[in-house]
Design a protein. Sequence first.
Length: 108
Amino acid sequence: MTEHISTRVNSHRLAAYIGRTVRLVGKTLKIQGDTAIVEASDGGQVEIRLPKDPPLTGTYNEIIGNVIDGSTVKMLMCIDLGSDLDMKLVDDMVELTHDPKFHEKMFT
């Protein structure tokens, strides 16, 4: 079952998930070739390695992918979250899921 878990993270938490699948909500800043730069919910910038046909269409996207290093994610798929999203609220939710009071109940 744990192989299907994809924890929501922000840029600060990426390094703890190297080699694992995560969900990263971000605002698309730039797409160039097979790479995109997104601003994560905590304001940090993350490089996204895109598949051949990049489906990043919205301003805000939830990227599901494998963490390559502390600032890079290889995208498997993404969900278009539209053009208006409260990133502070998203980041609060990310941080709450990593709070020990809740984390063990959700991810173990």
